[in-house]
Design a protein around this ligand. Sequence first.
Ligand SMILES: Cc1ncc(COP(=O)(O)O)c(C=O)c1O
Length: 398
Amino acid sequence: MSRSDRQSPGPSTRAVHGGEREGRPRVSDALTTPIVQTATFWFRDTQELIDYQEGRYGSFEYGRYGNPTTRALEEKLAQLEGGEECLVSASGMNSITTLLLALVPQDGHIVTTHDCYRRTRQFAATVLPKMGVRTTVIDPSDLPGLESALADGASLFFSESPTNPYLRVVDIPAVAERCRASAARVVIDSTFATPINQRALELGADIVLHSGTKYVAGHNDVLCGVLVGSGELIAPIRALHGILGGIVDPHAAYLCLRGCKTLALRVERANANAERVARFLEDHPRVERVHYPGLPSHPDHAVAAGQMSGFGGVVSFEIRGDLQRTSKFVDALRLPYIAPSLGGTESLVEQPTVISYWDQSPEERARIGIRDNLVRFSCGVEDPDDIVADLAQALERS
Ligand SMILES: Cc1ncc(COP(=O)(O)O)c(C=O)c1O
């Protein structure tokens, strides 16, 4: 697949073949992309080095600036998101921080949304102010709030969609229309959606971002971050990335390449499992509330149905009871691991109060909307009957 016809093959085909054939070295005719385990690259003579510097010899120079295995992964992910360029890095947080440092000017102004991965929130609250950057935080559906921030000079909108952990969904075309009118950039962290369920660039985002650690790599065994957008927007981020140095190791890049090949299959199963789990929990008397964009009861269901082809593998829900009763339920589960993260083959469960927000006071948790009875369940690719039976027995025992 060349760049010009990257729109034509389907997502599963792109996930398997994208970036794996054209332009990469054929080492010993190996079918799989080799792991080029080197920190540096050598030149036969000075003329070859000068040819490289002037763009006549398309090789690599030094591991912080690129690597053939990593490049194959970038090409695959660019094809999957339908974007021109991709930059992968050491983790999702590395992608987020490098992007914001590269694109937001000193004394700038950005807009983010309430429900958000806590380290992203922390970066905006504690690091960006050191550069004089202020952040307006709005509800994910607050378009008037976005308009006022844009009128007040905001140059970038950053949001997850769906968000973490309440799975709120941003109306990306509506946000993009307003931002375009003010020449502001739209960045969507599509980690929970995956490139299979949501095509943020086609919906109007300028850059789509993933914690590749989650569905992209997909096996709970490697960390990686992904940014896809136009060549013009990715270039300054890549330049800063070469200075900050948060590179993904070639072996980790290979694991992500391998994970990507089953992305569509895994996401299909995770979507189906989560829809089944959400419906089961919504009907259960010991469950107070279920947050899943595929349910008509979710506040953003209509927006999600309009822009997503699947609703994702994560379900958040509230147990009838307090912190202790909720922990009792979590402890009674046999199938999922109690662990942070999501999007892998194994189901994972977490009680956000205990795992991510334990260092915060109850008042602080209440302020950011983290309730003690909240549970986040990331459906793996196990049999749906087994997941539901496990939830049922744990609800009975708690
Ligand atoms: C939505 C979202 N974005 C970004 C990140 C950060 O990604 P990483 O853990 O790969 O740094 C996370 C981590 O959980 C996340 O949930």
